[in-house]
Design a protein around this ligand. Sequence first.
Ligand code: F6P
Length: 367
Amino acid sequence: PIRIGVLTSGGDAPGMNAAVRAVVRTGISHGCEVYAIYEGYKGLIQGGTLIRRMDWSSVGGIIQRGGTIIGTARSAEFRTREGRRQAAANLVTLGIDRLVIIGGDGSLTGADLFRREWPELLAELVAAGTISEAQAAAHPHLRIAGIVGSIDNDFCGTDMTIGADTALHRITEAIDAISSTAASHQRTFVIEVMGRNCGYLALMGAIAGGADWAFIPEMPPQMDDWEQHMCDVLRIGREHGRRDSIVVVAEGACDRHGKPITAHYVKKVLEERLGEDTRVTILGHVQRGGAPSAFDRWMSSLLGATAVEELLNADADAEPKLIGLRENRVVRLPLMTCVSDTRQVAEAIAQHDYERAIAMRGNSFVE
Ligand code: F6P
């Protein structure tokens, strides 16, 4: 039978379980054997009990669970050739030559390198006597399919990454909760949200939660004295009777010279210039944990099922695909183009070329 492996890598994201479940059940429906690789690439290298055959019921009751039940890790060893050789040995020994990788850009890049090196790695393993020539000949290619799991929604090519919608719900609920206590005391709250160098969660959270001001990495304040501009706008709101002020700060926000804008700095400015009773709430990992939204469950299920179909139907030497969502349709995109575009966005932000970053991100929702 065809044997497929599935692993989750990088930061966990709600919806990963739905994707794993779909991979397992779609694979079984097509007559394949499906193996879960526990603890990300670490499991691929260690093998043994970290690579386990899954049956239909092993993924029962997980669609509603947060995180990833098969574990995730950041593996330094997989970045070494020795680590990847060991991983190849484990896979060939079990007869697995198709992988669904659910992770971020680093994990997907590692997978592509592993795929390209595969024939050489097998040759090295044969030369070392670790596997037989027959074993190597039975698995001449490694096929991979990538799915992006990240609450940050920071990936080019796909409109949404697994977990972003759930995190946005978490943030919106938090802003709602904070707004009610803020209004009671006529306070100001500065709320820091996750997202690395991507402002999706901060911007959409600010809109959904009716916040008064937001800072995102892709669009730093245009003026040098942005502090005064923000204070003027917030003061006018108060003068018109608003009982609270809510400022959302993306964790990667900077001014136009690249200096970080932190929640604590914004609090200091608001206290000093407006004399407002200001509190900081850093939402942290609450945003990443907990049950996935309905959207993250169905989207991840469709992506997982499509990834298996891609692995079964694509030519062995075809360019690997990223399975994503675009304009409400599941699409198959060239994996490494999407990874390289994503890296270029990060570079553009680092170089303060924000127009290029926004143009390339491709999922900014507003033309
Ligand atoms: O990429 C997901 C993410 O949650 C980011 O938003 C955040 O910057 C980072 O991971 C936190 O990583 P860790 O959980 O390793 O602290």
